[in-house]
Design a protein around this ligand. Structure first.
Ligand code: NAD
Length: 359
């Protein structure tokens, strides 16, 4: 039976970049004769406008019957004054939770053509190839109790709970070890085990799992403060970084900035049964509708989808080579523009990738 990919363009530039990613996936479907069809649904601000809910039931139903979901971005100033429960970003947190997407994979890979785009020296970042595996559905962002209460003396008290169970740690660690086996075979697990008991459990659980099932993978541990420093001091030392939800949120943004362009970076969120792929950037309201957004992060998310869900590694490689080729040709969207290169818009960049696929 054929598979379906659900497209969720979302808001702002999400619509523009999704159109280009779709062109690329359609090319692969035709070329490789994949039995794959597309469906589309609403999420985020546009879904709120149409239905009063940033994650309509229909979208969730479609997502659960799809082989994979490709998402653009959600949010924008239009919806910023709405109550938290119906903000566009709730749609995103909601779908991650509903699909039980517990492992967030964010590669930070440098394109040699864009070395100058980073704020770090080329000799520090040349050749970096890091995969951050962040726990996505538990930890302090979800732990109970949480809230803000008023104390008898009138002061307020805000609180969140950092909580992990061994099974939650093990399943994301399995993802990290499996990915490491397909890479350089090294995992650095990042925690704050010297201060936080929940992450001491993280450390012992990851170690026990490695010893029992992944003795071939080299495991090291690092405190999060040191990891934040090492990422800018000597990022090449890392292969796979495995960490908790909040630490991963921060470290993956830091790792992505090593490469200099938010418009180039894809991500995958994996669970037991479902998978969601999206660029790491947001809906960029400042440039939405102008046809200048960089579609490459979303196109590279399609490559991740082909590699991790659709089991088509050759097609994934082909897309990554095509992206390299358009960069070699000197084509640049505004966010990665360099002197002497050719500035192109969103559609022209998508067309160039499709043309390079055929080469
Ligand atoms: P952003 O990522 O949307 O934009 C940050 C900056 O990067 C902007 O200057 C933008 O123009 C630029 N940029 C981002 N993607 C680009 C691309 N593909 N090509 C060229 N330039 C690009 O982050 P923000 O401004 O903090 O947030 C804007 C909205 O997006 C907010 O409503 C926020 O909540 C939402 N958001 C959504 C997601 C998501 O959907 N996954 C992630 C982050 C932020």
């Amino acid at each position: 039976m054929g598979q379906t990919v659900l497209l969720l363009p979302g808001d702002g530039i999400g619509i523009e970049i999704m159109a280009e990613a779709r062109k690329v996936l359609e090319w692969v479907v035709r070329h490789d004769r994949l039995d794959l069809t597309f469906d589309q649904a609403l999420i985020g601000g546009c879904a709120y406008d149409a239905t009063g809910d940033p994650l309509p039931e229909e979208t969730l139903t479609k997502a659960k019957s799809a082989a994979a979901v490709l998402l653009g971005a959600v949010g924008g100033p239009k919806w910023e004054s709405l109550p938290y429960e119906v903000r566009p970003e709730r749609g995103l947190l909601g779908i991650r939770k509903a699909l039980d997407l517990y492992a967030n994979l964010r590669p930070a890979q440098i394109f040699s053509q864009l070395l100058e785009a980073s704020t770090l020296k080329p000799e520090v970042i040349r050749g970096i190839d890091i995969m951050v595996v962040r726990e996505l559905s538990s930890g302090i962002y979800f732990g109970q109790p949480k809230g803000v209460e008023t104390l008898p003396d009138g002061r307020k008290r805000g609180f969140n709970t950092l909580v992990y169970t061994t099974d939650e740690i093990e399943r994301v660690a399995v993802s990290a070890f499996e990915i490491a086996r397909k890479r350089q075979g090294r995992v650095c697990s990042v925690d704050k085990a010297n201060v936080l008991e929940a992450t001491e459990l993280w450390r012992t659980t990851v170690t026990a799992l490695r010893n029992a099932r992944y003795p071939d993978v080299a495991l090291s541990h690092m405190y999060v403060d040191n990891a934040a420093m090492q990422l800018v001091r000597n990022p090449r030392q890392f292969d796979v970084i495995l960490t908790t939800n909040m630490f991963g949120d921060i470290l993956s943004d830091e790792a992505s900035m090593l490469t200099g362009s938010i418009g180039m970076l894809p991500s995958a969120s994996l669970g037991g049964r479902y998978a969601l792929y999206e660029p790491i950037h947001g809906s960029a309201p400042d440039i939405a509708g102008q046809g200048v957004a960089n579609p490459l992060a979303t196109i590279l998310s399609v490559a991740m989808m082909l590699r991790y869900t659709l089991q088509r590694p050759a097609a994934a490689d082909r897309i990554e080579r095509a992206v390299n080729r358009v960069l070699d040709q000197g084509l640049r969207t505004a966010d990665i523009m360099q002197e002497g290169k050719t500035r192109v818009g969103t559609i022209a960049m998508g067309d160039a990738v499709v043309a390079a696929l055929a080469d």
